[in-house]
Design a protein around this ligand. Structure first.
Ligand code: ARG
Length: 430
């Protein structure tokens, strides 16, 4: 690190201590730097509007920021430990290219609000992306539910055969789950859609900064008003984002569990295309569902990230450097989470049912509940009907199709109400 922004004459700067302070910040800031560049451009516009920068100065800064952004995008500029962090790198670049004009960029701002604004912008993009992936996955599930209504599938509770279910019921469940997740991710994106830029170090500045302008210029839905709350919300909004992501990954974890069971020889209800499996280094016979297992495992990373952020949030008000560690948590959590969700829609499209095996796993005991309900619908008190239907002598082979068609309670196979789910799915597109 050649120079830190806050160096003053005569100040002793210890290399080991600097390394500890920076940690992996320059690596992590590679994720956020383009957002910091965008926010810097908006800040410069705000400064022009209150007469701190001339129009020419603002244009020169905007041009240099655009060039830096292009350099970052193309890999010509890579953030490394020549700099303390992305904020220093951006300012250094402006000063190197523009001299005194570059030195004006930091008027009325602090790295404290810079990191907040970059993180919020970064999270908004990732939450929207996660919502779109859940929405697409839900769309695939809905479409397959509509197409595969006829296909009986054993329904389990406690991993024991319970009642006849269907592929359509299975799909409808995942469709509604991922619609809920998309909705929650979208809602969280809206919740964090507030502009902290201009709160400076956490107490505002003695300039009438045009915060409404930077709010609009950066595409935020609203201004985060209280300068002190901007800092109080750090960690809190990252945690909310991880929770919304985690809800999708908890669903993915359970879906992956179903698939790893269904793909095993013991069930063989689905066939996974070979690209989702790997071989064994020793056992020549194996095809293992590793992709699904890693999808299942990702929740652990998100849970760890949530705990890390939550543990940081034991602080009095104001900025504290502890919160720097929240960046690693969201980068790792969202990195793995989005990678797993990214593979989900195609995986769902590619699943192939094995109808004979599914049919063969349906045994006569699985109609006992139908029988008990039938008897009680005919007037027998349910508890008596239950006793009668519990007797295996009463169990006869039935037609799974008949069982499914008769299951007319809303949301069950006989009345899936896919149109209600489809309407909600479509409304999330708007
Ligand atoms: N890397 C720092 C963080 O993430 C940036 C803010 C630094 N502010 C300060 N006052 N040291 O928190």
């Amino acid at each position: 690190m050649s120079n830190v922004l806050w160096a003053k004459p005569g100040m002793d700067i210890d290399a080991d201590i600097q390394r500890f302070l920076a940690g992996d910040d320059v690596i992590l800031d590679r994720e956020f730097i383009r957002y910091d560049i965008r926010a810097s451009a908006a800040h410069a516009e705000g400064l022009e509007r209150i007469g701190i920068l001339t129009a020419d100065e603002r244009v020169a800064i905007a041009r240099e920021l655009e060039e830096l952004d292009a350099d970052v995008a193309a890999g010509r500029f890579v953030l490394d430990d020549r700099f303390e962090d992305m904020h220093s790198a951006i300012e250094a670049r402006l000063i190197e290219r523009l001299g005194d004009v570059g030195k004006k960029i930091h008027t009325g701002r602090s790295r404290n609000d810079q990191v907040l604004v970059a993180t919020r912008l970064w999270l908004k993009d990732r939450l929207s992306h996660a919502a779109a992936l859940c929405h697409t996955a839900a769309g695939v599930a809905l479409e397959r539910a509509a197409r595969e209504g006829e296909l009986p599938l054993p329904g389990y509770t406690h991993l024991q055969r319970a009642m006849v279910s269907s592929a359509a019921m299975w799909w409808a469940g995942w469709a509604e789950a991922f619609i809920d997740d998309a909705d929650r991710l979208r809602g969280t994106a809206r919740w964090i859609d507030a502009n902290p830029l201009g709160s400076a170090a956490g107490y505002g500045v003695n300039l009438a900064l045009d915060r409404d302008h930077t709010t609009a210029a950066l595409g935020f839905g609203r201004l985060q008003v209280a300068a002190t709350y901007a800092q109080l919300s750090r960690g809190k909004f990252e945690l909310a984002a991880l929770e919304a992501l985690g809800s999708a990954l908890l669903d993915l974890r359970r879906l992956a569990w179903d698939l790893s069971l269904f793909a095993s020889a013991e069930y063989t209800f689905v066939r996974l295309p070979a690209k989702y499996t790997t071989g064994s280094s020793l056992m020549p016979n194996k095809r293992n569902p590793d992709v699904i297992e890693l999808m299942r495992g990702v929740y652990a990373s998100v849970a760890a990230a949530k705990i890390e952020v939550e543990q940081l949030l034991s602080l009095p008000s104001g900025y504290h450097r502890d919160l720097q560690y929240s960046k690693g948590a969201i980068v790792h959590g969202f990195g793995r989470g989005l990678a797993a969700l990214g593979l989900l829609p195609d995986l769902l499209r590619a699943l192939e049912w094995q109808p004979e095996r599914m049919r063969a796993a349906i045994e006569s005991s699985m109609y006992a509940t139908d029988l008990a309900v039938e008897l009680s619908a005919g007037g027998m008190p349910f508890r008596d009907a239950y006793q009668q239907a519990a007797d295996p002598k009463q169990w006869a082979e039935r037609d799974p199709q008949g069982s499914l068609e008769a299951r007319v309670s809303p949301g069950a196979a006989g009345d899936l109400r896919l149109s209600v789910l489809a309407a909600r799915w479509s409304s999330l597109n708007r």
